[in-house]
Design a protein around this ligand. Structure first.
Ligand code: TEU
Length: 591
């Protein structure tokens, strides 16, 4: 009676052991094959990053603002997407002049978002589900409400004075520096308390920190270590190329030809500080780092990300998302749109930049951009879902780590406000004021904002068809897109052809085909004005990606016979069998 179950028990263990070792040897041999033939494999190269804008994801306490508990309540949804990493926009204490990009306490949690206990629970909940968490490092500037700035501004002798950049007014007005968000476009603000100007590349509520001061740098590294010690898995670094400044503040050197952004991104000690940051903090943890690569081009990109430089892992460039705007005019789309040939050239050039060294990223949307389907696809009702899936196919089949913006998996599109009063974003509001004071065409400004404004990408996430899209029981901080009745998670869960299910399938496809991560990229039919076609190839495996970026049937000439190819994924109920693609068709073949 007593012995039999014990024998059975042993037998079961033996069977399990045999089963496990067979299986694991199979997995190991696959893994071996992959890793031995692919140099430099890293988890962050193979990851799909999902960006959550906490303010707009899910509100748990009914105040109209998304919060950490809200995100916690939706972790199973995030897990169901198959993504590996969640990047959260700033969650730190902030008076919210720029939705958290103005931090008043780097080690505190924004009141509206919750408490440190909520944060700890969220991090644990993510890790339990195998999801990594990346936070936003806003190191170029703080809030004017940060204690450091309050001290700094109180007197010229204060020990915190050199935490910021001050220009004594007795020396006259400092040389012009342009500001992104200032109502006068001026990055110097006069403060009578000490008869001096302080520097703010963004709004006057976001004074620039002085990285030339070693004490400030140490504070920053300590703060980063504080979050790493808590267990976070990396940082996305806000405008990090801007941190170092020539503190003599000369007139803009001629070589920059009026291009203030390029000048800002080339400070004298930038790479020295990034190396120091790597040595002091990043190198001590298995974490990822990604720079917001503002002002960085294909020539300078390697200085940030090549592994032998010991600085950062990745950066995201602005060339792609800025394409199609009138140069020098605030986010104004070129009439008639952009040319696909130019778009392909940009992404192909960035691919080749990292073909041998370094590693790229790819994105079409984030909290600073409009919705990708409106800007790069077509948000008319008949094309919204199709073109959105087509763009998702693009993002998940390129050789670069994809940064996928929350809501794009539903095919959410721009809300297109008619009135400036509906906007909450400091960028739109202050640039409107600037345009007004300059006597510019305000109607044209509003029309341009319908395409390019950041608030288009910040409207509340659409969970279901109930009030406020199930985002909040209160009054949402920003209006909900009225199409939430049909475009929402609940509806898309039920529809096997939805954008949501398509995204999950695409993630799975990428995760199960290393060729999509590491494979060589080859652009085909380069001059084709409507179709983006390319192959990805690794260790004898070759995939073909066909994307029709237009609302018309379009022919493609890749020179490849697909009659015997295996179709892996497509966004129509049945794909084209000839060389003409249907409007916004996307298909991936294994050759
Ligand atoms: O963005 C940097 C930046 O320059 C943005 O203002 C961006 O270029 C702009 O939206 C395009 O018009 C980062 C953050 O991502 C952004 O949300 C912040 O507002 C900004 O820094 C200041 O911290």
């Amino acid at each position: 009676m007593y012995k039999q179950p014990k024998i059975l028990h042993l037998l079961l263990i033996a069977i399990a052991f045999i089963f496990f070792s067979c299986n694991s040897s199979q997995t190991n041999s696959n893994m071996k094959e992959d890793s031995s033939s692919i140099p430099g494999r890293k988890w962050w190269k193979e990851a799909v990053v999902y960006q959550v804008y906490p303010r707009s994801f899910k509100d748990a306490d009914g105040d109209g603002v998304g919060d950490l508990k809200g995100i916690f309540s939706k972790l199973d949804y995030i897990k169901s997407l198959g993504v590996d990493v969640v990047w959260l926009n700033p969650i730190f204490s902030s008076p919210n002049a720029d939705n958290g990009y103005d931090i008043s306490d780097y080690k505190g949690i924004m009141k509206e978002f919750g408490t440190m206990a909520d944060f700890d629970a969220l991090l644990k909940g993510m890790h339990e589900r195998g999801i990594k968490m990346v936070l936003d490092l806003v190191a170029n500037h703080s809030s004017d409400q940060h204690e450091w700035f309050k001290q700094s501004k109180s007197s010229r002798e204060n020990p915190y004075r050199d935490y910021y950049h001050w220009w004594p007014a007795e020396k006259g007005k400092p040389a012009h520096r342009w500001s992104f968000f200032d109502v006068n476009g001026d990055a110097w603000k006069f403060d009578p308390t000490t008869n001096a100007y302080y520097l703010h590349y963004f709004s006057d509520k976001q004074p620039d920190l002085n990285w030339e001061n070693p004490k400030l740098r140490k504070e920053m590294y300590d703060m980063m270590s504080f979050w790493f010690d808590k267990g976070i898995d990396g940082f996305r670094m806000d405008v990090i190329p801007f941190i170092s400044k020539d503190t003599s503040f000369p007139e803009l050197p001629k070589q920059y030809n009026g291009d203030m952004v390029a000048y800002y991104a080339n400070g004298p000690h930038l790479h020295e500080y990034l190396k120091e940051m790597n040595k002091e903090v990043l190198s001590k943890h298995d974490v990822m780092s990604v720079a917001e690569g503002i002002g960085v081009n294909t020539a300078s990109a390697h200085d940030f990300v090549d592994s032998d430089r010991n600085e950062l892992n990745m950066l995201y460039h602005f060339e792609g998302v800025s394409y199609g705007y009138v140069p020098g005019k605030f986010k104004t789309p070129v009439p008639g749109g952009y040319q696909l040939v130019g778009f392909k050239e940009i992404y192909s050039r960035w691919d080749s930049t990292f073909a041998e060294k370094g590693w790229g990223t790819i994105y079409l949307g984030n909290h600073d951009q409009p919705r990708m389907v409106t800007r790069w696809g077509n948000d008319a009702p008949e094309w919204r879902a199709l073109s959105s899936k087509m763009l998702t196919t693009f993002l998940l089949t390129m050789r670069a780590t994809p940064y996928y913006y929350f809501g794009d998996e539903l095919g959410m599109n721009n809300i297109k406000f008619d009135r400036i009063e509906d906007y909450k974003d400091i960028e739109s509001i202050n640039n409107y004021a600037l345009a007004k004071s300059r006597g510019e065409d305000l109607h044209a400004f509003i029309e341009a904002q319908k395409i390019s404004a950041r608030d288009n990408g910040r409207t509340p996430f659409q969970w279901d068809s109930s009030m406020n899209a199930g985002f909040t029981t209160g009054t949402p901080w920003l209006k909900v897109n009225p199409n939430y009745k049909t475009v929402n998670v609940a509806a898309e869960e039920k529809d096997p052809n939805s954008c949501l299910h398509y995204f999950r399938r695409m993630v799975k496809l990428r995760k199960s085909n290393l060729v999509l991560v590491y494979g060589k990229y080859q652009l085909l039919d380069k001059e084709n004005p409507n179709v983006y076609a390319y192959t990805r190839e690794l260790n004898g495996k070759k995939l073909l990606v066909l994307l029709n970026f237009s609302s018309k049937p379009a022919s493609v000439n890749t020179g490849i016979d697909i009659s015997k190819a295996k179709l892996l994924i497509y966004n129509y109920s049945s794909p084209s069998t000839n060389a003409t693609l249907q409007p916004y068709e996307a298909a991936v073949y294994e050759l």
